[in-house]
Write a protein that binds this ligand. Sequence first.
Ligand code: AKG
Length: 399
Amino acid sequence: MHESINMDPTKLKDIILNAKRPYVIQNATHTQWKCFHQTFEEWCKGFDAMTPNLVPFEGCSKKGNSTPQWERQRTKVMMKMQDICKPKESSNNRWNSFSYRNIGQLPEPCRRGINFAAFGFPEIDEDITFWIGSAGAHTPCHYDTYGCNIVVQVYGRKSWILLPPEAKLTPVRVPYEESSVYCEQNFYSPSSYVPFVHIEDNVYHVVLEPGMALIVPPRWWHYVENLEPSLNLNTWLSLQTDLDSLISECITKLVLQDLCNGKPEVIRNHIINPTEDLLATGDSVDETYDILNYLLGQKQKNKHQCPNMSRYPWGYLNNDDFSNLIEGYDSFIKPVQKLDQWDFFKIISRNRLRYDSLNRCSEELPVDDAIQLDRLRNLINISCHPNTIKLMEKQLLED
Ligand SMILES: O=C(O)CCC(=O)C(=O)O
């Protein structure tokens, strides 16, 4: 059993809300979290005992082609939770994941005692997401448009590659998911090194082990992959500075709704992530306009009034105050280290072994549809590029 953090939670809260680069908190094990007093196998058995049905895991082949394995390519398998820890899983030719779900979907004994009080956020006990998967389960590289993320690793080891917001990755809005901006670069099964040459100096890396926590500051890119069967939990803290992103996301949605309007379903299914319900009906477009006008109003008002209190302030300490705050805790809280180029390219060359040009992932579309999809994808990626959307926002505010 690990020793748990004995840091003043209010200080930790200030650190989290002012961290400008990723930090790892060692021994963040919470004595209150029942899962930290069990093995992964015991936890899974507890899950199965409380759940009459098999679990709908989703996954893909362990081989990949040159594009990232997007969510729509995943197929479903029904398994017991216990199966995820079995050695057979690691020798399987596919990875499986049951992830990006609210902890309300876990039976009560599996989520007993879980909250973010030790980090200074006792009020966060429901807005928590869990991620369970076998080795190789991963999420393509993206940044979250809102919030600051606290991740707690419970079982297994998970690799996090992180890059700052200004890194020269290529943002894409296809597949479209509200609140995530993916990049074109395929970290899982790259076919070459070329797409990575402009970022090689800017890559941070950490492997999270049980009991460790990671702070991901706003808009940091991350590529996340299980090195073995793993369970982790996280919460995204809503920030006052998110208002700009809410506006950008709303404009993006309007442009996308318009561009996808009337397009065949088979095309739309390639554009929109399966988790999204982007209905291009008149109603939902009107709704998006109403939300946009409301947010623009909020933005104008915030110039004169006190900001929304249900969101956390962010970045309110200057560098000296932040350094003073963190001083003395350097054995608990460590900045995530930058990789030297050699080590980064070692990871890329290892991942390149997964590349298989013949791996088609049941993706093929008839030629006409494929051409139409390609054109639409390019148009969306240009018109919804974060820089384009920023310009639109600026113009809307001036108007
Ligand atoms: O754990 C993963 O696969 C992805 C996690 C992630 O993207 C996040 O916590 O923001």
